[in-house]
Design a binder for this molecule. Sequence first.
Ligand code: SF4
Length: 233
Amino acid sequence: MKRDGLMRVFETLLEAYGEQGWWPGSSPLEIIVGAILTQRTTWENASRGIERLADSGLLSIEGLARASEETVAAAVRPSGCFRSKARKLKAFAARVEDRYGGDLDRLLDLPTPALRQELLDIYGIGPETADAVLLYAASRPAFVVDAYARRLLERLGVLRGEERYDEVQQVLTEAFPEDVSLFGEFHALIVRHGKARCRSRPSCGDCPLAAECCYVVREGRRSPWKCASIVDA
Ligand code: SF4
C-alpha cells in the first residue's frame, strides 16, 4: 500500500540531492567505531574521535581491547559522552576478542539474525547502531530507523508517531526490494534532507516533497491538506 509512495519519496530525494555515497569510513571497524561515536552527536564530532583514535594507535580491535578505558575516553573526548562511549568501544572490542579471537570478519560473517542479536547483546549497541553496522559494515539489508527517518515519515503521514522501532523498520522493509545499496542510499538521503530542510523547524519553501507532505509549513502555518497522499499511494 505504501510501496509506491515511499519509492517516490526515495526517487525525489535522490533527484534533489544526488547519491550520498555513505557511510564514511574506510574499513568495517572504522564504520562500527563511527556508529558508536555518532550516538547523540554530529558526524563531525564522531569523526574527530575516530581521527584521534587512529592518531593514538587505538583504531584496532587489539588497540581498543588493550588500552585502558581512560585512555580511550581521552581520545574520543570530542565525540561527547566520552566515558560511556569509551566503555562501549571497549565492550565491543572485548566481545570480538573473547568470542571471535579478535577477528572482526568472523563476527561480521555470521548470518544476519545471529549477527544482529550478537550486536544487540553488546553493551551500548541498540537497534539503530546495530542496523547501521549491519547495513554499512556487513552489507546486509537492514533499514536504519533514526530520528531523521521517524520525523520525515511522520510528516509525510506514513507513521502515526507511536510505532516501535521494529514496526517502523517493517514498514520500510516491505516497501522496497532487499537491496543493500538502496537501503543505504535512502537512509543517507533522509539524513541529508533532515539536515538541509526537514529540521525540527522545517524549511519547506523549496522542499521537493512539499506537494505531498502533511506537515508542510507555508507562511509560518502548517497546512492540513493532502495528509493521505503517501499512505494511500
Ligand atoms: S515540506 Fe517541510 S515538513 Fe514536509 S518534508 Fe519538506 S521540509 Fe519536511
